[in-house]
Design a protein around this ligand. Structure first.
Ligand code: DGL
Length: 273
């Protein structure tokens, strides 16, 4: 058996917020990251298209040698993960694994909220899938959950506009709308991996005391735990401390945003899915 890197997939740049935290928590592993930037955003696309694109990406990452793929994308986790795990993986290679980001995030919400009023920001796809509502209802039936879809937030990130003044209008609009649905919520989960890039702006428009949960640290912790519980998978993950990036867009364009998250030289390759 040939060892391989741990792979992260996102529609674009968002999964970098996850990979950044995972790499800091577990620097010894090799990682590859694939952003489907040329076809991002996924959040407004139909179920079938998101599933098709995500499956193409997973197959590509397996071809590149990964035994373990993390869908560092809530939209893909909500719309494609279950099908890939149950229908595709047994035919492709039952020894490989694909994991998502929603379940570990929901477990964390339960630990953080005191008054049991929580909010979820997500893409149109994630919100309409009701994945967060269903998972939270299973684990914490006492919780009141309000959701808000923020269709403009991913384009702001993908176009590198997330720290500019123009972003304020769109951030405030959705923060206000969520608070209107439940003015008493004490905890909000950023249910899209792109949204931590907007964190300074989100905090600016939220009242003090509201707890905002990012997924990076949560996924780092749950991946560490997964590898400890699955030594057979841990053995298949190579440990050379490298990170390689792949994008379906032009590699120079990808690099200019990825540089915000990763210091030093890094490799970016263009891939076709
Ligand atoms: N970053 C992704 C997520 O976590 C998807 C964003 C998009 O492409 O719409 O949902």
């Amino acid at each position: 058996m040939k060892q391989g890197p741990i792979a992260f997939f996102d529609s674009g740049y968002g999964g970098l917020t996850i990979l950044d935290k995972v790499r800091k928590a577990m620097p010894e592993y090799d990682y590859i990251y694939l952003g489907d930037n040329a076809r991002s955003p996924y959040g407004t696309r139909s179920f079938d298209v998101i599933y098709e694109y995500t499956l193409q990406a997973v197959k590509k990452l397996f071809e590149m040698g990964a035994h373990l793929v993390i869908l560092a994308c809530n939209t893909a986790s909500a719309k494609a993960l279950r099908n890939i795990q149950q229908k595709d993986l047994p035919g492709i290679d039952p020894q490989r694994r694909v994991l998502g980001v929603i379940r570990p995030s929901v477990e964390e919400i339960g630990n953080r909220s005191k008054n049991r009023h929580v909010g979820v920001f997500g893409t149109v796809g994630t919100v309409s899938s009701e994945s967060y509502l269903l998972e939270i209802a299973k684990l914490f039936p006492d919780m009141k959950v309000s959701q808000e879809a923020c269709p403009m937030w991913v384009p702001l990130v993908e176009n590198n506009e997330f720290l500019n003044n123009g972003a304020d209008y769109f951030v405030k609009q959705h923060v206000d709308a969520l608070l209107k649905k439940d003015p008493t919520l004490d905890t909000i989960i950023l249910g899209c991996t792109h949204y931590p890039m907007l964190m300074p702006k989100i905090m600016q428009f939220l009242p003090q005391g509201v707890n905002v949960i990012e997924q990076g640290d949560i996924i780092a912790e749950s991946l560490k735990d997964y590898l400890a519980r699955h030594p057979e998978m841990n053995e298949k993950c190579s440990k050379g401390g490298s990170v390689h990036f792949y994008t379906t867009e032009c590699k120079d364009k990808f690099r200019s945003t990825a540089e915000i998250f990763f210091d030093g030289d890094f490799n970016v390759e263009h891939v076709v899915l």
